[in-house]
Design a protein around this ligand. Sequence first.
Ligand code: SAH
Ligand code: SF4
Length: 410
Amino acid sequence: MSTEVLAASATDVQQASASAPAQSATAEKVNLLGMSRPQMEKFFEELGEKKFRAGQVMKWIHQFFVTDFAEMTNISGKLREKLEKICEIKAPEVVHKNYSKDGTRKWVFRVGEGEGSLVETVLIPAEDKTGSRKTLCISSQVGCALDCSFCSTGKQGFQRDLTQAEIIGQLWMANYSYMEDVPVIERERSVTNVVMMGMGEPLLNYDAVLNSMRIMLDDFAYGMSKRRVTLSTSGVVPKIDQLAQDIDVALAISLHATNNQLRDELVPINKKYPLEQLIAACQRYIGKDGNESARKHVTIEYVMLDGVNDHPEHAQQMIKLLKNLPSKINLIPFNPFPHAPYGRSSRNRIISFQKTLSDAGFVCTIRQTRGDDIDAACGQLVGQVADRTRRAEQWKKKVAAQNEIIRSQG
Ligand code: SAH
Ligand code: SF4
């Protein structure tokens, strides 16, 4: 078997080569869940099968949420048997799930041994003029190496990249959670939007994230619109350019500061790729195919940190910084976590920041805090699971109370 067939990620490659047809029966099985269509077509050809089988199998996996080859009724019994021997369809293990009163759902997956090998996925429902949305916030790494000072994932440090199966497995599981009790033939996909805004920096796990997004867009899998798949990055500039070449998805930038001095402190990767380079890369991303709807603008994420980046002068700096970049700005009320060195900006402060930007002609929204009863905010994951101490519990109550006050004010 050629190694490029399964160039997805170290684990997928290991699994695949270990379970090539000639290998012993005890070898680990190939997990088909994370394979993109070209990868699966190649895999089937290597098995001596027709490559269109890949599309059929993908539909069973990603559209009918079938994990048992015996249920794939348009595939011959002989092939099903062969697949059963050497392959599997396996989502990561759910160790904890929580469905909030407001419709938010959260899953914690185990992706290795030990307390720290947990990743989280959050689904946030919303109604707007385009109908009802279900947005899934997907993780790309266990921990993160970039160490942004306001981010609990960054505080955990980096452990490892997720494999393609682990990334797409989060989307599979979220969809499946609505379909578990539905007969196979009536099953449909529920998740309408994906944001790569969970744990980790997606552009530092580039190949696995790219192939996973290809599966999201593929009509033989999730068939999602490219406008509804968003990759969020803290600013790995060369990879933004590579992404522009490789796929057409929406781009979000974690800006969080409007001058290099402050951004160096909040988002340390800024020391390597400062603001001027980042904004230029965004312009190139848009410029690459400006007429395409997925690339009409970038989303700018800006976490509101009390007294740190929320002054009127920061709003003015942002206006200058973004004046030549088609962008939509999303202000994110900071989500506190134990020992966080920051507080959340007051509601009034956030609203006046928003007003300054709106008056200057920007589309600027404030992210709703959702799922507070299950700690479900994007960028604020897993810490609570790994740290079940009394202090964390007390902290949760404090945050919930704070959110309640903000809601009643707003
Ligand atoms: N690494 C990528 C994607 C994951 S973080 C990135 O940084 O863009 C997803 C979003 O959540 C980012 O905008 C991140 O800055 C934000 N975030 C992280 N910690 C947060 C916190 N404590 N409160 C609010 N937003 C946070
Ligand atoms: Fe990593 Fe994003 Fe958190 Fe920064 S904000 S530490 S890049 S996950």
